[in-house]
Design a protein around this ligand. Structure first.
Ligand SMILES: [Zn+2]
Ligand SMILES: [Zn+2]
Length: 90
């Protein structure tokens, strides 16, 4: 069975903050730089299905379906507009 990483953003820095995305599954020590999360496959934190991460800045990646279910499409677009306006995402 293929292992899909279940990424979570964690701070592994000592003196200063250093975020990475770590796989939270037992026995997996894989982690990647915060900048590399986009276009990686992760398990969704809500439905546990693999999906391709389309944006960073998220502590626990969730798939688009769950995101839309949770926040609603229009809400999502509103949030995205705000994030774009303040330069958080491009
Ligand atoms: Zn893993
Ligand atoms: Zn999901």
């Amino acid at each position: 069975m293929k292992h899909y990483h279940k990424y979570r953003k964690v701070d592994i820095g000592n003196d200063k903050t250093y975020y990475v995305y770590r796989c939270m599954l037992p026995d997996c020590k894989h982690y990647i730089s915060e900048k590399l999360i986009v276009s990686r496959t992760s398990l969704c934190w809500l439905c546990d299905l693999p999906f391709v991460v389309t944006k960073g800045k998220i502590h626990k990646p969730i798939c688009e379906l769950c995101h839309n279910k949770k926040f609603g499409k229009t809400e999502d677009q509103k949030v995205e507009e705000i994030l774009k306006a303040i330069g958080v995402i491009k």
